[in-house]
Design a binder for this molecule. Structure first.
Ligand code: MG
Length: 168
């Protein structure tokens, strides 16, 4: 189906980034909330720092694209030193498209990693970029995410790849 991600993973740490690099991927675009940290955290934890460090050493350029406010995302990204965009209005691609124009980002060399079908994955589809859907870090969601989760849970029942998949 049009809405499904290219792949699923249990979390951001369970992804084989070396394999992605060998396939020609050079840019990783991360969602922040419930993908890298929970809503209860403000700053990257050690696991996130280690992950980003490892990904950079492989040779990736890392970006952070979030619908959350600038104050939270700038604080989160400060010590990670990556480029970020807050209030990105995912799944709509318009804001990010102009921001990404300076980079040669396309389906062949980029992956979007996020925890939401209705924002991150749909966003990736609009941009024509491949995507990996991860399980949310925490079950706690913002109030505006809850209806999207219901749609997500319904739609994912139709993806045959998820039968006995660890993502579930
Ligand atoms: Mg998220």
């Amino acid at each position: 189906m049009l809405i499904f991600p290219d792949a699923y993973a249990k979390n951001v740490h369970a992804i084989n980034y070396e394999k992605l690099y060998n396939r020609g991927i050079r840019y990783v675009i991360f969602d922040v909330d419930n993908t890298l940290i929970s809503y209860d955290e403000d700053l990257p934890n050690d696991a996130v720092f280690n992950l980003i460090d490892r990904i950079r050493k492989i040779g990736f350029e890392v970006f952070y694209v979030s619908n959350n406010k600038h104050r939270r995302i700038s604080r989160f990204c400060k010590d990670l030193e990556g480029q970020y965009m807050a209030s990105a209005k995912k799944p709509y691609p318009f804001i990010v498209k102009s921001w990404l124009r300076h980079h040669t980002i396309n389906r062949k060399n980029t992956v979007i990693i996020g925890d939401q079908l209705m924002t991150d994955v749909l966003f990736s589809k609009f941009l024509g970029i491949r995507s990996i859907l991860v399980l949310p870090v925490s079950l706690k969601d913002m109030w505006y995410t809850k209806p999207n989760r219901k749609i997500e849970n319904f739609l994912l029942k139709f993806d045959k790849r998820l039968v006995n998949h660890p993502y579930r």
